[in-house]
Design a protein around this ligand. Structure first.
Ligand code: TTP
Ligand code: MG
Length: 381
């Protein structure tokens, strides 16, 4: 069937049986740093950075998250901790106390789950969940969202931002419109108007790389993508071309449901030019360890095994793995083991691709998390 993008498409099929949905995406504000402020009330109103030790500018590692006060200085998640220290030396730098965050997360998820219709609940990450409710009246939905916000604030002294939409895509994007402590509702008839002006990178799965590829053919906004010839998208991206076009049209039929068990998380990179340079190889493995660890943290799992994958210029591929005796989530450990494992492959042969995988994962919460919104490689059962 030919898809004409100029015609507005909707979730609603021509036949009956259409079930309007009301989906909420709840995302906690500055999660780790907000919990730290509950633990240390004297920090309320101060720039707080949670992550690696900056060691007065000589530290290694990255920012996990920071308070909204620190964000005003330009600090953000994933930024090297030394840069955060340069931008805001007076911030309070705190280490990651994961067990505490996981315990708070489990309590919050229990609250959120109680508002979902039967099993229509999906934890997305340590601080984020979708829930579907039965009403199709937006005033009712707003009341539910306000009740959730009140209960979470009362019980945990934490704020969250909530997006409400007719599907997961819209709810997720809406949750990010007003932060912190936001509440944004997008009703079915306003979906296109809401999405059209947004940059395409708001669509899950369109990151920097795909964003650039699309930008090169003049697609910058969701509207640009919607009116683009879907056949050309499919030629370029395969099935994903259909999917991204559906998203641009505000169509998302994904159910709200518990995600499958995550078995491993991994990140890979292919060098622009094959290399045997130890500096480049160690530097790249460090970046990959960081990215993989970040994906792990988002899922709320701990790992027991770190593996490194190396593909040489002749496409011969090798993996090496090392397990630790107890489940962990320490970034430096991932980096150290990855560097140790890759060391064996450094020599005269040039390397084409490197990868880091964390496996033997252990759920650190009573409920399952999904990798749905993160992209990247995550193996599920
Ligand atoms: P986010 O919800 O992305 O961030 P946040 O809750 O800190 O801030 P926001 O108000 O913008 O939602 O991630 C949830 C937690 O996951 C965050 O508090 C810390 C952790 N995290 C990392 O450790 N590394 C990362 O790169 C990201 C993005 C998050
Ligand atoms: Mg959050």
């Amino acid at each position: 069937m030919m898809r004409n993008c100029a015609i507005q498409r909707t979730d609603k099929p021509p036949d009956s049986g259409y079930r309007p949905r009301t989906i909420l995406l709840v995302d906690m504000d500055g999660f780790f740093s907000s919990i730290e402020m509950v633990e240390h009330p004297e920090l309320v109103g101060c720039p707080v950075v949670v992550g690696a030790d900056p060691k007065e500018g000589a530290g290694r590692g990255v920012v996990s998250t920071c308070s909204y006060e620190a964000r005003e200085y330009g600090v953000h998640s994933g930024m090297p901790i030394t840069k955060a220290y340069r931008l805001c030396p007076d911030a309070r730098f705190l280490p990651v106390t994961m067990a505490l965050y996981q315990a708070v997360s489990a309590r919050i998820m229990k609250i959120l789950r109680s508002y979902a219709h039967t099993d229509k609940f999906q934890k997305v990450s340590i601080d984020e969940a979708f829930l579907e409710i039965t009403t199709d009246d937006s005033a009712d939905a707003i009341r539910v969202a306000q009740d959730i916000k009140k209960e979470v604030l009362k019980k945990e002294k934490l704020t969250c931002s909530i997006g409400i939409g007719p599907n997961k895509l819209v709810a997720k994007i809406a949750s990010d419109v007003e932060k912190p402590d936001g509440l944004t509702v997008v009703v079915h008839s306003e979906v296109q108007e809401f999405l059209d002006p947004m940059p395409i990178t708001k669509i899950p799965g369109i990151g920097k790389k795909t964003g650039k590829t699309l930008g090169d053919i003049g697609i910058e906004t969701i509207r640009n993508l919607r009116v683009y010839d879907v056949k050309k998208l499919v030629l370029r991206f395969g099935k994903w071309g259909y999917q991204m076009h559906d998203f641009a049209c505000g169509i998302d039929k994904r159910e709200v449901k518990e995600a499958p068990t995550v078995k491993s998380v991994s990140r890979e990179l292919t060098f622009d030019e094959d290399t045997a340079d130890p500096g480049v190889i160690y530097g790249s493995i460090d970046v990959l360890a960081d990215r993989t660890h970040r994906a792990l943290i988002k899922t709320g799992y701990q790992f027991r095994t770190v593996s490194v994958k190396v593909r040489f210029e002749d496409f011969n591929t090798h993996t090496r793995a090392k397990s630790i005796g107890f489940p962990g989530s320490d970034l430096q450990l991932v980096k150290n083991i990855s560097a140790e494992l890759v060391g064996e492959f450094i020599g005269e042969r040039k390397i084409r691709l490197l990868g880091v995988r964390l496996s033997n994962l252990l759920k650190t919460d009573t409920r399952q998390t999904s990798i749905y919104e993160f992209g990247g490689s995550v193996d599920c059962e």
